[in-house]
Structure formats: structure tokens, C-alpha cells
Ligand binder design. Structure first.
Ligand code: NDP
Ligand code: HEM
Length: 477
């Protein structure tokens, strides 16, 4: 007994009895002054917070990013300099399922990384696919509605999904990856991660480069077929947590190679595709992968809620030397995530230990609900700016080089003049016969119950990719 910590109220006062509530006589009733009982019940009522609107089910761990390749000519970001090791957090997730969803479900996987760099947090919030279903963020909430439950039946709706996809040819690339083997990895350690968007890098001379980030699994790609996944889900809904948490507990640390594709700023005007279009990749033949480093996951969080549920990843977290691009989807995400965090976790979500940068934070933001840091300028007299009390000041050396923009403001048709088929064809051509057969079968099963007119519209889209694609799905149907 003596060496155990004392049980206390939230006010710190020791509790005499945590087994029996306070009652008038052994049979009750209870006394309202049993504050310890009330506090316990009140806490239980507040244990759940809103789940993420997407990517609610997740698995994660801490690790290290080590840079081994010299890319100083592309970026001045400290986190990407050769020899630098940066502590990090990874959270992988499925997109559509709720917090309690089964792990082995066919879905895109989130691949969210937070690097606690010396110069601030850099978050790379990617997926296990290099492209996405839509290219204009105006369409993102509509797309997500098709993935979530039908308002009346409260069931997932294959009709909604294929209706939307068949009316949105830009989705073909991602749909093809989703229904291929890579749409159902056996665990997060057996999949690649992609920053997906085009980001930018700039070097100390102020030159900008466009960049794509790739994290290639060193564990090899492994996948479940639909039938295998069904058996797995029948056995356990937590196969990913078991696999990744279990491996790290045993000291089997998963690793990924960090590779970059780099495009000189001026090339963006020359590529036959829009390099800022999230439904497109940059062919490796044009922009070869450059080996930059390795990421290793080597420590499980101690408290899932505090460290993963409350983790707040945001594409808006960048550091000097790494920036955005004109990609419209990325632009919307720069707004969306911090907004989601303020709603889900509160104004001061960045003060939660898992989100706190590993470098000093100084700013003039004040007050607000659950503010645990107090004045963040280091001096209570310096609570506005400019001031003459030695408060924190801007640092022009981290300024991004200017970006020239052109064009009249308008709502441009994002489908006009876009080739939604060639890159999908290149992917389809990569698949061997067995992969193609599994692709056809996976799609056909996912179309069960979908009205024929929607199926026909989707088959017409597959046909534009490759006649064999449409024919294969048709015969699997
Ligand atoms: P490459 O042959 O140089 O690259 C093919 C890429 O496809 C590799 O990155 C490989 O990833 C990945 N890949 C291999 N098998 C599959 C699969 N079954 N499902 C999904 N991805 C797979 O050709 P290109 O660069 O010209 O790209 C051709 C097509 O490959 C693209 O249209 C795109 O659909 C797909 N792809 C391209 C990527 C890129 O960044 N260029 C990235 C991922 C896919 P790995 O090395 O991990 O096996
Ligand atoms: C989670 C919005 C596209 C990857 C989220 C969340 C929102 C959101 C609101 C929940 C955040 C939270 O509550 O913590 C959007 C919008 C998009 C978009 C508006 C398009 C306009 C994408 C794309 C990717 C992506 C293209 C990948 C390339 C993720 C990941 C998470 C996530 C990995 C989970 C992060 C975590 O683990 O906490 N998204 N998203 N999203 N999104 Fe997106």
C-alpha cells in the first residue's frame, strides 16, 4: 500500500473509499453531497469527444526521420538537411469508417506525419495513394457524403458512391487504386505513404522547386483479398492495431524510405498535365525519385486518447524551406484542418502535449478557453506588437520567395481539357493478369445493388481507360 500513489479528487484531496457510494443507511437513498460519485459520473459523461469527420479510425506510433541524402540545393529546411534526425508521430487511418470500424476494410488509408523539427512542426498529411478522388475542394464534402451513411437507411450506399464516381471522371485514377490490391493492405506497415499534393521547397538562394514526397515501405507491399479480409474481420476488428502495436512492442520497428520527386519551378508551365492536379502523378520517367532518408517507427504511445485521438495534423503546419503549391485541394486543406481541430479539440489544441512543438513558441495570441500557457511572449508587458518591452519579433529571413501568379478570377471548369484516362491506363497496364482479375472482382462486388444505369455509366468510363477494363468488370458482374 505504502508505495502506491494516493487516489484523489480532481482537486487533489485524498479519497477515503472508491468502492461504496455515500448513502443514508445501507439500503440508500444516496446523498447528493457524495461529490466523489458525482465527479466520477460527470467525467464519464465527458470521456468522448467528437470523432474526426473523416479518418476517424486510426493507429499510430512515434519514431524518427533521418536524412541521409544531401538536398540542400533544393531546400533550406533544417528538417531535410543531411544528418538531421527529427522525432515524429505517425497516424494511419481509414477514411470512411467511424471510430469503431473494422481495420481490414477496403478504403484509402491516411498517412499523417508530424515532424517535431527544431524550427517548428512540419505536418505532412498524406494518404497511401499518390492521387485523390476529386481535384476541386468544392467537391470534397459531396464526395465524403457518398462514403458515409445514407441519411435514411443509415447504411453505407454503394449507389451513392458509384453515382458520384461515374459522374466524376477525375475519380477514375483513385478508384482504380482503391479496388486494386493496394486498396486493402494487411497492415499500415505494408503500404507506401505519399504527400500526394505538389508542395514546394526553396533553398537559401531563394530558388523554388516543386516537390512530391514519397514514403516507400521497406516491409514490402502485402494485401488481403476481399475474401481474406472478410475472414479477418470475422476474427478481429482490430487487425491493424494488433499488427503494428504488437510489432513495435516486440522491437520490430517498421521503416520507410523517404524519396522525393523535384521539378524546377519553371517546368510547371511545360508539363503536358497540370502538375498541381491531385488526380495526377508525375511520371517517374520525367521526374525520377531521389533518395533522401528513412523514417522508422519505434515507440507506441502510452495513452491512445491523449496521443492519437487528440493528435491534430494539419497541412498548414510548414517550416521555412517547405511551402504550398497552387494545388486547389491543398489550398482548401490549409484552412480546413486547423478549423476542424478548433471544433474537435478546442482553440488551444496546439498546447496539448502531443501537438506541442519541440521548440520555443512565442506569439501574441491570448486568453481563450482552456488556455494552459498564459502569456506566450515571455513578458507580460509585451502583449501587443510593436512594443518597446522586448516582445518576440518577426524574422524576415524565413520569408518565402515571391510566387508569380497570373489569370483572371473566375470559377474555371476543372474538367475542361483534362485527360482523366492516360495515367489510369498506365496503371492498368502495370497490373498483371491476376491483379486485373482481382480488380474486376473487387469492383463487381462493390457494385452490388447499384442501379444498372449507374453501372453502365461507370463501365463507359472504364472503357475510356481501356476496353479490357470495362469488359473485365462487365464479365465479373
Ligand atoms: P513507373 O513504372 O515508374 O512507376 C510505377 C509506380 O506504380 C511505382 O511507384 C510503384 O510503386 C507503383 N505501383 C506498382 N504497382 C502498383 C499497384 N499495383 N498499384 C498501385 N501502384 C503500383 O511508372 P510511372 O511513374 O509512369 O507511373 C505509372 C502509373 O503508376 C501512374 O499512372 C500511376 O497510376 C502509378 N503510380 C505512379 C506513381 C508516381 O509517382 N509516378 C506513384 C504510384 C503509382 P512501388 O515502387 O512502391 O511498387
Ligand atoms: C483528416 C478535410 C483531402 C488526408 C481530415 C479531417 C478533415 C479533412 C476536416 C479531420 C481532421 C481532424 O478532425 O483531425 C479534408 C479536406 C480535403 C481533404 C477539406 C480536400 C479538400 C485530403 C487529402 C488527403 C487527406 C487529399 C491525403 C493526401 C487526411 C488524413 C487525415 C485527414 C491522413 C487524418 C489525419 C489524422 O490522422 O488525424 N481531412 N481532407 N485529406 N485527411 Fe483530409
Amino acid at each position: 500500500m505504502a508505495d502506491k500513489p494516493k487516489l484523489t479528487t480532481d482537486g487533489g484531496a485524498p479519497i477515503a473509499d472508491n468502492q461504496n457510494s455515500l448513502s443514508a443507511g445501507p439500503r440508500g437513498p444516496l446523498l447528493i453531497q457524495d461529490y466523489q460519485l458525482l465527479e466520477k459520473l460527470a467525467h464519464q459523461n465527458r470521456e468522448r469527444i467528437a470523432e474526426r469527420t473523416v479518418h476517424a479510425k486510426g493507429w499510430g506510433a512515434y519514431g524518427t526521420l533521418r536524412i541521409t541524402g544531401d538536398i540542400a540545393k533544393y531546400t533550406c529546411a533544417k528538417v531535410l538537411q543531411v544528418g538531421v534526425e527529427t522525432p515524429m508521430l505517425a497516424r494511419f487511418s481509414t477514411v470512411a469508417g467511424e471510430r469503431g470500424a473494422a481495420d481490414a476494410e477496403r478504403d484509402v488509408r491516411g498517412f499523417a506525419l508530424k515532424f517535431y523539427s527544431e524550427e517548428g512542426n512540419w505536418d505532412l498529411v498524406g494518404n497511401n495513394t499518390p492521387v485523390f478522388f476529386v481535384r476541386d475542394p468544392y467537391k470534397f464534402p459531396d464526395f465524403i457524403h457518398t462514403q458515409k451513411r445514407h441519411p435514411r437507411s443509415h447504411l453505407r450506399s454503394a449507389t451513392a458512391m458509384w453515382d458520384f464516381w461515374s459522374l466524376s471522371p477525375e475519380s477514375l485514377h483513385q478508384v482504380t487504386i482503391l479496388f486494386s490490391d493496394r486498396g486493402l493492405p494487411i497492415s499500415p506497415v505494408h503500404m507506401n505513404g505519399y504527400g500526394s499534393h505538389t508542395y514546394s521547397l526553396w533553398n537559401s538562394a531563394g530558388e523554388r522547386f516543386w516537390v512530391k514526397f514519397h514514403f516507400k515501405t521497406r516491409q514490402g507491399h502485402k494485401f488481403y483479398t476481399d475474401a481474406e479480409a472478410e475472414a479477418v474481420v470475422g476474427r478481429t476488428r482490430e487487425s491493424y492495431q494488433e499488427a503494428m502495436f504488437g510489432a513495435i512492442e516486440k522491437g520490430e520497428y517498421p521503416k520507410w524510405s523517404l524519396q522525393l520527386q523535384v521539378m524546377p519551378e519553371a517546368d510547371a508551365a511545360k508539363t503536358p498535365y497540370n502538375p498541381f492536379d491531385l488526380t495526377k502523378v508525375w511520371p517517374h520517367g520525367d521526374y525520377p525519385l531521389i533518395e533522401v532518408g528513412e523514417m522508422e517507427l519505434n515507440r507506441n504511445p502510452d495513452d491512445y486518447f491523449a496521443e492519437l485521438e487528440q493528435a491534430a495534423f494539419s497541412p498548414s503546419n510548414t517550416v521555412a524551406g517547405i511551402g504550398f503549391s497552387p494545388d486547389k485541394m491543398l489550398q482548401a486543406r490549409v484552412f480546413s484542418y486547423a478549423d476542424a481541430h478548433r471544433h474537435r479539440l478546442g482553440t488551444h489544441y496546439e498546447n496539448l502535449p502531443v501537438n506541442t512543438p519541440h521548440c520555443p513558441v512565442h506569439n501574441y495570441y491570448r486568453d481563450g478557453e482552456m488556455n494552459s500557457t498564459g502569456i506566450r511572449t515571455g513578458n507580460p508587458d509585451a502583449y501587443y506588437e510593436p512594443n518597446s518591452f522586448g516582445g518576440p519579433q518577426e524574422d524576415p529571413s524565413v520569408k518565402e520567395p515571391p510566387l508569380a501568379l497570373t489569370g483572371a478570377a473566375d470559377r474555371y471548369d476543372h474538367r475542361e481539357g483534362n485527360d482523366d484516362y492516360s495515367q489510369v491506363r498506365a496503371l492498368f497496364d502495370l497490373f498483371d493478369d491476376a491483379q486485373k482479375q482481382r480488380l474486376f472482382g473487387n469492383i463487381a462486388r462493390a457494385m452490388a445493388g447499384v442501379p444498372d444505369r449507374i453501372i453502365q455509366r461507370q463501365l463507359a468510363e472504364f472503357h475510356k481507360v481501356h476496353p479490357d477494363y470495362a469488359a473485365g468488370v462487365k464479365s465479373a458482374l
